[in-house]
Structures are given as structure tokens and as C-alpha cells.
Ligand binder design. Structure first.
Ligand code: WT7
Length: 635
């Protein structure tokens, strides 16, 4: 059976086989990788505990699959092409041979610093090639990396460090993002005030920002490299990993206050990230794949680093933002590096759309073959703009749906192979068995129906646990529906069986493709002096997809309301980070609560949307008058 599906007919056959005999199907797919020792049982699972294991007793190291096995044939091919933030700085090309050298050397640095298999390492860096090198070096020695996105605050980092008990950190002095310099090391230093267990911080020098370097704890990346003997580094073998050994932890938001550490396995993750990459994008050898996500999210893990490199592809990595120095930057990059696949978020498309077509004029986009979107539902208007102005109507658009917990794309069309439909993720990949469920826990069969999206059968890169708290994993994903993985998304299945994701059905927001829990934002707001209580909901935002609307009750009438709003924003910045800042803050006297004290968010959402006519029945509220009051004060 071929690794890459080539036609719609073949997709249907392969899909049918993946459901009829999933183990034999995944045995065939997994045989395309390099194993130190083959697995002796393909799958063991139950969704009750949950307990899912794939490729049992198989032994491997993912970096031998991402790098070593390509060296003989692809050693001189670019593995990573890096485009810096500033147009004046030269780009870098890192071949597979060079990547091998850098990863083995840095793996030696990690070993020299006492890091061992199973240790957790936090990575907080900008989008530079060394970030990929750091991840791969961790994987090389079996250390579990936890990459934290640069938009999170010191307090968020401290929470994650404590939860993972990560005693080692890899960071940069600073990061360039657009016109801003982000002082990463300073932010880490603030986080470490409450993390005395951290033993080492390795700092890559990128911005030459002044930083404090504490003797005995903080080390420069370049100094540590000096201590490495190239000969030993190159010949030190990669750590042999069990198929089920954790590869990484990635924190994500849920409907409760505290982010959870999603744990991914070594083998299952590798197999699925690579399989989905090759099939969804229909990757062809030699092509340049440009994913604009930050590596701090699952999209970057799977489709900038692991999936692309495992497939022997060339990954283009960009340090900056799409609008720097102007809104034509992505198109300049496509032209400069002859990008073949461009994979970005609807929010980026909408923000670029707002500049019209002048930034595209005169840019040669003829190298593009496939376009992709991810992270949030794409509206039809943005889909058509992307199709017409970027793809010039000759590039298939893949709308890829997945989640941090999934490791790789679960529902998407395959470029040029299966049909596309604007605003639809369309069909499940082989091995993925979706189900739509009603509120009573029954499966809704047939077509032209809506329900809560679940997955009935395990796939290789399903999360294994939430770090340090397996019960939380069970409750969050496996307890809502019997014997199913619950995604938290609502979904419609059309007359042809194509899936359209309609958005979260839980208290999770998706702001510019970033996932944020309403409870997290409320907790942060409530920490501000003078705040009594708050309720946060999402509302439609033309560019961000969703905006954050906060209703806040203060202890007393504020003397200076705008100042109080600004103070609340500062607190949210401190507690979570800039990505969670509310777009609107309305001071209210009360919140609509039921007699049992539950906040009626449905009402708050309607008001935030300005949909006053459809607020519905308020007679069951403890105090119906608060609704009128809130309506009057709407921003
Ligand atoms: C949530 C997962 C997976 C990549 C980055 C986000 C939403 C993701 C789509 C899509 C509609 C989408 C869902 C999902 N989502 N992709 N193509 N169409 N919605 O990962 O932070 O774990 O968020 O993003 O609501 O549950 P994440």
C-alpha cells in the first residue's frame, strides 16, 4: 500500500480499509519509518481510563527519522530555510547535513548539562532555526520538551514550569517580532522567582539585549558549544526510545482555569504527523513548505518541524509577522524562496485582506501549488480572497481541522485529490472515525445533521495523558460521551457527508487562532484590586474571528473608568500574556444568574453580539433587571 494517496478513488479505498482493519493499515504506514526494533503489537486501547498504546515494544528515535535516515540521499538538500524578521538580514539555509551537525552538537550540550532521558525542558525562544535545533536535540537524548509561545507572560511560564517540574530552560536574550523586541530572558528571569527548582538556563544570543546571567545557573549557548567535541557529538548515538515514551508536552487551554499539559508519544506522533503532512499537502520531493504558525503551537510542532523533516521535506521558517515591514511580506517571501505550499491561519488572511490587493501587485506567486488554512473556521469571503488573489484560482486550498490533543490533522481535504468546499474541512483522513453526538449521548447518523464532534476510534497521535493528572485527561475528553474522544467542537455534516466545523461548544475561545479559556481570563481579571466578579464571553470579530468581551463587577463605582480598564488589561497581561487581553470591558452592577447561582453566558453572548432581540426568556433569572442594565451599557 502506497504512503501517499493519489486519487479520490484511492482515498475511498484506503479509508474503507483503515476502518475495516485499522491495525493492518497502520502496520503498513508505520513500516515506512526507521525503527531500531519493530513493534510486536500494533494497538491496545480503551477510552474508559483512557489507555491507548500504539506500536507496542517498538524502539526508535524520532530524530533518526527526521535527520539521519535522509543524510545519504538528501544530505545537501535544505532541511530548513530561515527568513529573518528584518529584510536587511540575510536568510539562512540549513541542509540536512548541517542540521545533523547542529542537533548532535547541541544534544551533547544538553548531556553536558546533566540532562537525561525523561527530564522536562522548557523552550521559550523566538522563531529562529535554533528553536528547531533545541527541540530536536531534546528528542535526540529523550528529554521531553515543552515549548512555550512567546506571547505568554512570566506568570504563565512559571505555572507551566511548576506543573511539568521542568528544571532546565532553553531561551534567547530576546526575540524580534515585527517592530518589537521581546525580552525573553527577562521574562524567564521573572518566572524563575517562583521556580527555585530550575537548575540551568541556556541562552541563545539573538538580539544582543542586555540580560542578567546568574553565575552557575545561566549559560550562553555559544559558550556551551565551545565545550563540545565534534567527533564525540557526531558519533554519540541517539537515545533509544520506546514507542510510547513521551516526546513532548504542549500546554493548552480548556474550560477550567488551569492550562493542561498535553502529552504526545514518540512513535504514534511521528507516524501520524508525517502521514498527515504528506497526504494533506500532497508534498512532492524538493518542494518548499511554508507554515506561518509559531512553533509554540501544535501546528508548528507538526508542520514546521517533525512532520516535514520526517518526510525529508524543506521547511521554510519565518521569524517575523505577516505585516512587517508591510502587508506584502508573505508575498515577498513566497517570491524570494519560490514557496510551493503556503499554510496559514484565517485570521492572517483576513488581516491581509483588509489591505486590499496593492501589497500583492507585481509579486510573483507562480511557485505556489497548494494553500492551506488552520486554527479556526474560515469564512467564505476569506476563502475566496485567498483562492483568487493568492492561489490565482489554480491552487487547491486545504482547510485542515485538528487540535493540540490530536497531534496532526484529522479532518481535511487532500490537495487536488479529494474535493474542496469553502468553509468545510470536508473528509476525515484514513484512520479517523468521526461521530456527531446529541446532548443525550446518542450518535446522530445520516447526512445534513449537526452535533457535537467526537472520534470513535484511536489514531496513532491521540494525546496519551495530561501531564501529572491522568484523571483530568479522562474527565476532559473521555467522560462526556461513552467510549468516545470528545473534541469540544460543534460540527455539521452536509448532504455528501462533508464536515464543517462550527466552533467550540464549551467555554473555550479562539482568538486569532489562539485558544484561550474564558475561566482563565476571568481568573486573571478577578486578581485585579477592586474587581468583585467577572464573566468573559467571545463575540464575532471581523479579523480575529472571536474577540474577548469581559463583563466586570467592581467593588465600588470607579473614579476613572478608562484607567480602571487599562489596569485590568495590565493584570491580564501579567497573569496570562498579551494574547488574552479583552477587546472590550464593560462595568456592570450584576451578572445574569440563575437561582442556583450559575451565570447565564448565553445571555451575555447575545448582548456582546448586539443581538438584543434574541436574548430569550429571562424570567428564570434571580434578578431579570440586570439584563436591562447590561444592555444599556453595551460597548
Ligand atoms: C481548536 C483547536 C490545530 C491547529 C491550531 C489550533 C479550532 C482548528 C480548525 C479548522 C475550524 C478549527 C477548533 C479546535 N480549529 N482548526 N480548520 N476549522 N476550526 O489548535 O489551539 O488546539 O485549537 O481550533 O475549534 O477545537 P488548538
Amino acid at each position: 500500500m502506497a504512503f501517499q494517496i493519489k486519487s479520490y478513488e484511492e482515498y475511498k479505498e484506503v479509508y474503507a480499509r483503515s476502518v475495516a482493519e485499522p491495525e493492518a493499515f497502520w502496520d503498513d504506514i508505520a513500516a515506512n519509518f526507521y525503527w531500531r526494533k519493530k513493534w510486536n503489537k500494533t494497538l491496545q486501547w480503551n477510552f474508559k481510563q483512557p489507555d491507548v498504546k500504539w506500536f507496542i515494544n517498538g524502539k526508535l528515535n524520532i530524530t533518526e527519522n527526521c535527520i539521519d535516515r535522509h543524510l545519504a540521499l538528501l544530505g545537501d538538500q535544505p532541511a530548513i530555510i530561515w527568513e529573518p524578521n528584518s529584510k536587511d538580514e540575510p536568510h539562512k539555509v540549513i541542509t540536512y547535513n548541517e542540521l545533523h551537525l547542529q542537533v548532535t552538537r547541541f544534544a551533547q550540550v544538553l548531556r553536558n548539562n546533566g540532562i537525561q532521558k525523561g527530564d522536562r525542558i522548557c523552550i521559550y525562544m523566538g522563531m529562529i532555526p535554533e528553536l528547531a535545533v533545541a527541540m530536536l536535540a531534546c528528542a535526540r537524548i529523550g528529554a521531553i520538551h515543552s515549548v512555550i509561545f512567546g506571547g505568554f507572560s512570566a506568570n504563565s511560564i512559571a505555572d507551566r514550569l511548576q506543573d511539568a517540574q521542568a528544571a532546565h530552560i532553553i531561551t534567547c536574550d530576546g526575540a524580534y517580532r515585527g517592530a518589537k523586541d521581546i525580552p525573553l530572558k527577562n521574562i524567564i528571569d521573572d518566572a524563575l522567582v517562583s521556580c527555585p527548582f530550575v537548575k540551568k538556563v541556556i541562552v541563545y544570543q539573538r538580539t544582543h539585549t542586555p540580560v542578567s546571567m546568574i553565575k552557575g545557573r545561566d549559560e550562553w549557548w555559544h559558550d556551551e558549544l565551545q565545550k563540545v567535541d565534534d567527533e564525540t557529538a557526531g558519533t554519540t548515538p541517539a537515545q533509544e526510545m520506546d514507542a510510547e515514551d513521551p516526546l513532548f508536552i504542549l500546554y493548552t487551554s480548556g474550560s477550567t482555569g488551569k492550562p493542561k499539559g498535553v502529552v504526545h508519544s514518540s512513535a504514534g506522533y511521528m507516524v501520524y504527523a508525517t502521514y498527515s503532512f504528506v497526504n494533506v499537502f500532497q508534498y512532492q520531493p524538493g518542494e518548499i513548505h511554508f507554515c506561518t504558525a509559531d512553533i509554540g503551537w501544535i501546528t508548528g510542532h507538526s508542520y514546521i518541524v517533525y512532520g516535514v523533516l520526517c518526510a525529508g521535506g524543506t521547511s521554510l521558517m519565518y521569524e517575523g509577522i505577516p505585516t512587517f515591514p508591510d502587508a506584502g511580506r508573505l508575498w515577498d517571501i513566497v517570491e524570494k524562496h519560490k514557496v510551493n505550499i503556503l499554510y496559514t491561519a484565517p485570521t492572517a488572511i483576513r488581516s491581509l485582506m483588509a489591505y486590499g490587493t496593492p501589497p500583492i501587485a507585481g509579486k510573483d506567486l507562480s511557485s505556489l501549488r497548494v494553500l492551506g488554512t488552520v486554527g479556526e473556521p474560515i469564512n467564505e469571503e476569506a476563502w475566496h480572497w485567498y483562492d483568487e488573489h493568492i492561489g490565482k484560482k489554480r491552487c487547491p486550498i486545504v482547510d485542515t481541522w485538528f487540535q493540540t490533543e490530536n497531534g496532526g490533522i484529522l479532518i481535511s481535504n487532500m490537495a487536488g485529490v479529494t474535493p474542496a468546499k469553502p468553509s468545510y474541512a470536508t473528509l476525515p483522513l484514513p484512520g479517523i472515525q468521526p461521530a456527531l453526538m446529541d446532548e443525550q449521548g446518542n450518535e446522530i447518523t445520516g447526512n445534513s445533521v449537526s452535533g457535537n464532534l467526537c472520534i470513535k476510534f484511536p489514531w496513532p497521535s491521540i494525546l496519551r495523558t495530561t501531564y501529572g493528572d491522568h484523571e483530568r485527561c479522562r474527565l476532559n475528553y473521555f467522560a462526556t460521551y461513552h467510549n468516545m474522544y470528545f473534541t469540544g467542537d460543534g460540527c455539521y455534516r452536509d448532504e455528501n457527508g462533508f464536515y464543517r466545523i462550527t466552533g467550540r461548544v464549551d467555554d473555550v475561545l479562539n482568538v486569532s487562532g489562539h485558544r484561550i479559556g474564558t475561566a482563565e481570563v476571568e481568573n486573571a481579571i478577578n486578581m485585579q484590586e477592586g474587581v468583585l466578579e467577572s464573566a468573559v464571553v467571545g463575540y464575532h470579530h471581523d479579523i480575529k474571528g472571536q474577540g474577548i468581551y469581559a463583563y466586570v463587577i467592581l467593588e465600588k463605582e470607579p473614579e476613572d473608568a478608562p484607567l480602571m480598564q487599562a489596569c485590568i488589561l495590565q493584570t491580564v497581561n501579567r497573569i496570562i500574556g498579551p494574547i488574552a487581553r479583552p477587546d472590550k470591558i464593560q462595568f456592570v452592577k450584576g451578572l445574569p444568574k440563575t437561582r442556583s447561582g450559575k451565570i447565564m453566558r448565553r445571555i451575555l453572548r447575545k448582548i456582546a453580539e448586539g443581538d438584543m432581540a434574541n436574548i430569550g426568556d429571562t424570567s428564570t433569572l434571580l434578578d431579570p433587571a440586570v439584563v436591562e442594565d447590561i444592555k444599556t451599557g453595551k460597548i
